[in-house]
Design a protein around this ligand. Structure first.
Ligand code: SF4
Length: 404
């Protein structure tokens, strides 16, 4: 279990000085609630269970009714205090469906009640899809809960990592769950598919396997890793761009028939177009999410669990603390201050407004903390440059056609 070294960036971030200079924290809008802290799959790349942080071992398996009530009340309090018109409640785990229908019902209804009628509460669940049966889908329909499912491609690609503890692959169970989600009466609940990239999987085949389920959105996720513990196939000091090449191949296939949204590509295109972004994978928009753990601990974004043991902890708890208390923590502020949080190498980079230094967790190196370029830097450059060139060529061709 890797401990945190003393004093690394952003521990030294001077929040009072930032505020004196006019910066104010952005209130949270996305509330990721871990309602169950175990999973019925044993995926070997899981950042919750297989990487640096092992705090799940101390977590209760399931959020208690009391903690769910306190969580709902804290979320409602935060939304009302900051006059936020709409928030997103994300039911997460482990595997959230294992928490059972009663807890989901209670948490969602209590959060909507606590938020009050002036706050719209959109609810999503991110599931491995194994337990997605009609009774859950009826519940989600009743509560208006949209469903994201993790799927890594076709059978071989998916079962490479996403297996039961017995070693049996989960593809057939997951694809059956997605098919149930796509039934006429539930189809509107389908939020999208989340695919973690494995370089061994052929990129266009992977995209087509996901697209065959006709999801409204596909999210490609780079495997989590840091400079200390690099992702598979990514050699930190190497200029090679295996992930950039993989994603570029998918982009070229997708770009000329983009009937399904691919969040990463759309975000990069939007950033190139007008500089705005909504996620934390790219761009410099303030990150506005907070995590509530199964035991009620208030935590930073959970991808930090890939970094070192305790990287996401704040010492705050829903029974004692308002969510506002988390807004002034250096680790939270660092994800809200845009280019000021970037390493000098990133600030000097011509595409830093688009790249944003990559995902926060991927910048970590012991000693300098999060003040580093992403471990995926060459890949991000390759992909962003390729998308930029493609868009530019496309616009030029269109202008030429118009002027003929
Ligand atoms: S991670 Fe690399 S590509 Fe991204 S802003 Fe930093 S230097 Fe530029």
């Amino acid at each position: 279990m890797k401990p945190k070294p003393e004093f690394e960036w952003p521990d030294t971030l001077d929040i009072p000085a930032l505020m004196a200079a006019g910066w104010h924290p952005f209130p949270f809008r996305e509330f990721i609630v871990k309602i169950h802290s175990r999973c019925d799959l044993s995926c070997d790349y899981c950042y919750m269970y297989e990487m640096a942080d092992q705090s799940w071992r101390q977590q209760p398996r399931r959020m208690s009714a009391d903690i769910a009530e306190r969580t709902a009340s804290r979320i409602g309090e935060h939304a009302r205090a900051h006059h936020i018109p709409s928030i997103v409640l994300i039911l997460h785990g482990g595997e959230p469906l294992l928490a059972g229908q009663d807890l989901i019902w209670d948490l969602v209804t209590a959060t909507r009640k606590a938020a009050g009628e002036n706050v719209q509460v959109d609810v999503r669940v991110q599931t491995n899809g194994v337990g997605l049966d009609d009774s859950f889908l009826r519940l989600f329909c009743e509560l208006g809960i949209r469903v994201g499912v993790s799927l890594d491609g076709a059978l071989e690609a998916h079962d490479r990592h996403r297996r039961f503890a017995s070693g049996r692959g989960s593809y057939s169970a997951v694809s059956a769950g997605i098919s149930r989600l796509r039934q006429e009466q539930f189809r509107h609940l389908f939020a999208g598919l989340l695919c973690t990239i494995d370089l061994r999987n052929e990129p266009v085949e992977t995209y087509e396997a996901l697209a065959s389920f006709n999801p409204p959105k596909i999210d490609f996720l780079l495997p989590h890793g840091t400079w200390d513990a690099p992702p598979p196939g990514r050699h930190p000091e190497s200029p090679d761009t295996p992930y950039g090449d993989w994603l570029t191949a998918v982009f070229d296939h997708w770009y000329h028939a983009p009937h399904i949204g691919v969040r990463l590509f759309e975000e990069i295109m939007q950033l190139i177009w007008d500089g705005t972004s909504s996620g934390e994978a790219v761009g410099l928009s303030p990150a506005r999410m907070v995590v509530i753990e199964t035991d009620g601990s208030i935590e930073q974004v959970d991808t930090l669990k890939a970094v070192y043991h305790g990287a996401s902890t704040t010492g705050l708890h829903v029974t004692r603390d308002q969510l506002d208390a988390a807004l002034l923590l250096p680790g939270v502020a660092a994800r809200q201050i845009g280019a000021k949080a970037l390493a000098s190498q990133c600030r000097a980079c011509p595409i830093h407004q688009i790249c944003g230094g990559g995902m926060y967790a991927h910048r970590y190196r012991s000693g300098t903390g999060f003040a580093n370029p992403s471990v995926y830097c060459p890949d991000l450059m390759r992909l962003i440059d390729h998308i930029h060139q493609t868009m530019r060529a496309d616009v030029s061709a269109r202008l030429r056609r118009k002027s003929l």
